[in-house]
Design a protein around this ligand. Sequence first.
Ligand code: HXC
Length: 273
Amino acid sequence: MAPTPHVQPVVDSTAVFKPNLFKGKVLFCTGGGSGICKAMTEAVMRHGASATIVGRKLDRLAQAAEELSKATGQQCMPAQADVRQFNQLQDAVAKTIERFGKIDFVICGAAGNFLAPIDGLSVNGFKTVIEIDTIGTYNTIKATLHHIRASKGSYIHVSATLHYKGTPYQVHVSAAKAAVDATSAVLAVEEGPHGVRSNVIAPGPIGGTEGMDRLSPKGPAQQSVYPRLPAGRLGDVRDIANATVFLFSDAASFVTGQVIVVDGGHEHLRGPS
Ligand code: HXC
């Protein structure tokens, strides 16, 4: 009889990294009102940082900010902005500086997705995702760079793995995320001499997120879509949060311009997943 496969457990970053790792630091996170980016923000706050979370819907953001503050004991400010609108991002950055005095870390996480074949996607549908993911990332960098230079801070961009191969019905997101990866690499090279680091986290299948819900069945059926994942389970938002804590920490001071794939080994599987 075949042995039961080992399942890699999920841990919280506080079980591994020092609780005061980010004491006095300030995070600016687009897309921080929900899902993966909210969990990334929570982890950074659990290690002592304050945060601004940015998104389009103020009521959702305000509720998330309250939850994050309660869960971590740190300050979290909601700032309404559509990342496609540079002026709105500038306002969110100004509010952050007014409240917290600086920005040390930026997460470019705001993204849009839906399934559509090339032939069925409208020109505006393609453009919309490019504008949110790619131009939104550029706008966020542009609005924050001056402050990140001043703090010798660090960027993390949330990308994906689906553009490494031809993923059907994902032409808009694949093009957008490939551009995000390239943008991060250029940022790392240009700004490295100023003490700024820039890396990408590429999440694999992360259970229970809006992205996964849009691309595969909801609920427990999600696990059954990936029966052969080497890690033995779907990803958890905390897996992405843990990678975030490492990349923002000084332990990653020689890591820049990289794409860190956090996917339980999915990318290396041959054949059906
Ligand atoms: C085909 C669609 C569509 C769909 C929208 N469009 N949804 N086309 N199938 N399901 C088209 C519209 O018809 C329109 O084109 C154009 O896209 C813009 O749509 P709007 O609704 O006007 O845009 P907007 O209100 O700005 O909404 C943006 C959005 C939306 C991306 C379309 O889904 C959204 O706000 N999403 C945010 C949340 C989200 O997607 N989270 C998941 C991120 S996960 P026409 O031609 O009609 O004008 C993620 C991870 C990726 O990104 C990796 C996963 C592994």
